[in-house]
Design a protein around this ligand. Sequence first.
Ligand code: GLC
Length: 463
Amino acid sequence: MKKLTVSVCVFTAFLAMAEKEQLPNRLFPETDQQKAERLAWWRHDRFGMFIHFGMYAVAGRHEWVKSREGIPDEVYDAKYFPRFNPDLYDARQWARTAKAAGMRYAVLTAKHHEGFCMWDTATTDYKITKTAFKRDVVREFLDAFRAEGLKVGLYFSVIDWHHPDYTIDRPHPKFRQISGNKKQALEKLNAGRDMNRYRAYMFAQVKELLTNYGKLDILWFDFTPKGEFGKSWRDWNAVELLKMTKQYQPHVIIDNRLDLMDTDDGWDFVTPEQFKVQDWPTVRGKRVPWETCQTFSGSWGYYRDETTWKSVPQLIELLSETVSHGGNLILNVGPTARGEFDGRATERLAGLAKWMHVNARSIYGCTEAPKGFKAPNGSVLTYNPETKCLYIHLFDYPMGFLPLEFFDRVEYAQFLHDGSELQFKGPSSHHPQTGEVKPVSGLRLPILKPDVAVPVVECFLKK
Ligand code: GLC
């Protein structure tokens, strides 16, 4: 038994090595400097909008509804395809809303896992232009967002729950229906399925998006279900997919979900999803560009009955904290089946717009504060290395006084929202009755919290 375990371990290690060996560290000739330049706008802009829009909006209960409920193709398509008609879709309105909220780029789901295409593809009839709606949602999105001066990207799901050749894997709706021995059932289910044919279809789709829709700033591939009954980069022919992507759109910025993390350049940024990142993420010991993707409420696609919506201050904190660790935030809206942002989303976006209108300077072009600057309790710091301004985001509004350990490095301080001076307060000599309290210097703040969801102090540092 022991012998068997050992040989299984050796074999698994060998397989892992063999797999690794076939991926070189570097796939492309680009230097680190060139990569930094390619990503410069994205790292500067910090804040984007994700839009999960697809046929699943009709069900209105999560974009994974087909998988979660194990819905067969015929049922899903018979119910939702004839009813998907987002007649109120107005991409210009979306673009204006995103821009007002301070978002500088947007990424739309061209195809999600359900396999339904939101553009006028020649590869299938399973597409928006064959519905009663008829219009090309992707094209209208790209035109409208570009017209507002926002950078644009497309999300493309490599997973496809509609294509007959896509082999059944763990997340697949048909996997949910399996009872009994999974391995055997999968062998049977996948017998007639051919990933070669699926790959050809997928490559043709990606090529259409890369060649028929003008300049794309971002391509967001999603995702590789790893592990048992999962997939790997080989299933997507991911290296070739990337090569094609870069061939047609050399400047495009690409996420990391094609399972090429063993290479240094098969991805541009990492994508922590739905949790608050506490520290700048690293890969093999090196800090890397990152973007956290987050929902307002827990679902990406429209979910009528989901009620755990984050508040405006929570969302602002998420943005501030992300930038304080050198990252980007892409915040998701799941439009309704009629094609609109629902009331809960517009209310949050309006709150963000109000805050960004006066506080954007603490976000754009900002990153983690230099070493030696410690955030006062209940706050986070962001820093603009160009202007040498430090921003204190006050999550807990203090009582009249903000102690600053780095007091003597500040030349001038003001509230960012109204540009009003915040006066220095030197260490006070305490009355003997106070006991032994360490004297600290800081800023005098009004007792009354200003009417800003999260007030920000702008500190001009000494040169
Ligand atoms: C996940 C989910 C998906 C969502 C995505 C966004 O991987 O599968 O529904 O589109 O994350 O990051």
